[in-house]
Design a protein around this ligand. Sequence first.
Ligand code: PXP
Length: 247
Amino acid sequence: MLLGVNIDHVATLRQARYALLPDSPNAEPSPLQAALDARDGGADSITIHVRGDRRHMQDRDAFEVRKLCPLPVNLEMGVTAEMTKLALEVRPDFACLVPETREEVTTEGGLDVAGRLAEVKACVAMLQDHGIRVSLFIDPDLHQIEAAAASGAEMIELHTGCFANAMDGAMEREIGRLIEGAKAGHAAGIQVNAGHGINYSNIYRLFVVPHLAELNIGHSIVARAMRVGFTEAVREMKELMVAYPDA
Ligand code: PXP
């Protein structure tokens, strides 16, 4: 199981102070440096989400990380003409299509692929025509997985937000949904990834979910990095992942 490290919140911290001075030579912390540190800690890929509102990552971050970090880059993006244009310029290895609303604190639900199939399909095809593999961030619902398969995307990322927020009884139900979703995705011939809200305490509960090829983790690693440094925070997460049975 591979680890994609989402470095958005390194940019969140930078933007908290330098949002109005994007050219400042003192802008810190540096997302690029975080990407390089993540690589040293064993990250398998780097994820960047350039949002429509540019609240954390800026376009230049995507270009810079793409150019100067040797790891594969996963660009998370809304299904919009603006972001498709940016993706074709940045040329990430992967793109993950996500829903986006301005008011949300973070990506709140999965992409409604079933409800937006024609639009998603066109975006997937456009990216793939330019050599970019595509993942769809979806809830572990069977009709969304069927739609994802119909869209031509190579991968799905199962939204683990409900799992991460679940208490006691609800936790078993959410794990059950992820197990069924992973089996359905795998049976449809799609690579199955997962992400959102995964941390050092809850990750082991995901290990009963089969076929997981990659986890995308951001906030908990950035938070842990404040205590132990970015490289070590990534190394610790990688160490936990070794226990995954399919690893
Ligand atoms: N995957 C997707 C599609 C996301 O939008 C996010 C959050 O930006 C993550 C994974 C990572 O979530 P977290 O920061 O909670 O680990």
